[in-house]
Design a protein around this ligand. Structure first.
Ligand SMILES: Nc1ncnc2c1ncn2[C@@H]1O[C@H](COP(=O)(O)OP(=O)(O)OP(=O)(O)O)[C@@H](O)[C@H]1O
Ligand SMILES: [Mg+2]
Length: 233
């Protein structure tokens, strides 16, 4: 079963005024263990697509199916729960909570899932070690570089053992060294732990690292390029 499947996904904003067709019938299947980049010009629908797959927005037409569940069949509260259990999010602007330390930021999602505090702390510590931040666990975001903050965001995305991680331009605010580091780390998690990553990007260095590149133009898939098999395939 595909981890993500969209059928005829369509999104029209401002339907009652001047309509904007952000997505025009996107059929996309993403399998477990993929490391896939969504690319395309500004305004081509990348964020819209990721938001709908992530259950943060709903389509005007068509369906988004995640792990066999059609997201449109879920109530608002079921959708919140579904997101918590199944999907890890990484955004362009890190989106960490400024008053919480790195470890508290990572533990936050697990706490919302109602897991015991001790387990939350232990797992958060392990995840921060995995992303190379063992010595920063008690630092607040303001004391971390952009690249380090984005590593915390990846650790947080992984904390709920999601089926996949969605990352909308995760390197947009990073310098080239931090970009390479973050990509190495994501590729490592993909290869060693088989974590599925779907990320949008404008950055050619990030595109070069993807195993599959899906190009959107005017809300449609213009190209779908599978470059290499997963190393564990
Ligand atoms: N909330 C909204 N209301 C109205 N129009 C929107 C909204 N969100 C996005 N759009 C429009 O939908 C289209 C697709 O936007 P989207 O943000 O998905 O593009 P993108 O590919 O992510 O672009 P970028 O590379 O600049 O991030 C654009 O024309 C945009 O202006
Ligand atoms: Mg975008």
């Amino acid at each position: 079963m595909a981890v993500i499947e969209t059928k005829g996904l369509t999104k029209v904003y401002n339907k009652d005024q001047v309509p904007v067709h952000a997505l025009n019938g996107v059929d996309l299947k993403i399998e477990k263990r993929e490391f896939t980049a969504i690319v395309g010009p500004s305004g081509s629908g990348k964020t819209t697509l990721l938001n709908i797959i992530g259950g943060l927005d709903s389509p005007t037409d068509g369906t988004a199916i995640v792990q066999g569940t059609d997201l449109s069949t879920l109530s608002d509260s079921e959708l919140i729960n579904f997101r918590l259990q199944h999907i890890g999010f990484v955004f362009q602007a890190y989106n960490l909570i400024p008053v919480l330390t790195a470890i508290e930021n990572v533990a936050f999602v697990m706490q919302m899932q109602g897991r015991p505090q001790k387990e939350c702390n232990k797992k958060s510590r392990t995840l921060l070690e995995e992303v190379g931040l063992a010595d920063k666990i008690n630092k607040r975001p303001s004391a971390l570089s952009g690249g380090q903050q984005q590593r915390v965001a990846v650790a947080r995305a992984l904390s709920s053992n999601p089926d996949f991680v969605l990352a909308d331009e995760p390197t947009a605010n990073l310098d080239s060294v931090s970009t390479a580091d973050l990509l190495d780390m994501m590729a490592d998690l993909n290869e060693k732990e088989n974590m599925t990553f779907v990320f949008s990007t404008h950055d050619q260095r990030v595109i070069d690292r993807a195993r599959r590149v899906v190009t959107l133009v005017d809300g449609k898939i213009a190209k779908d390029d599978v470059r290499e098999e997963h190393p564990n395939a």
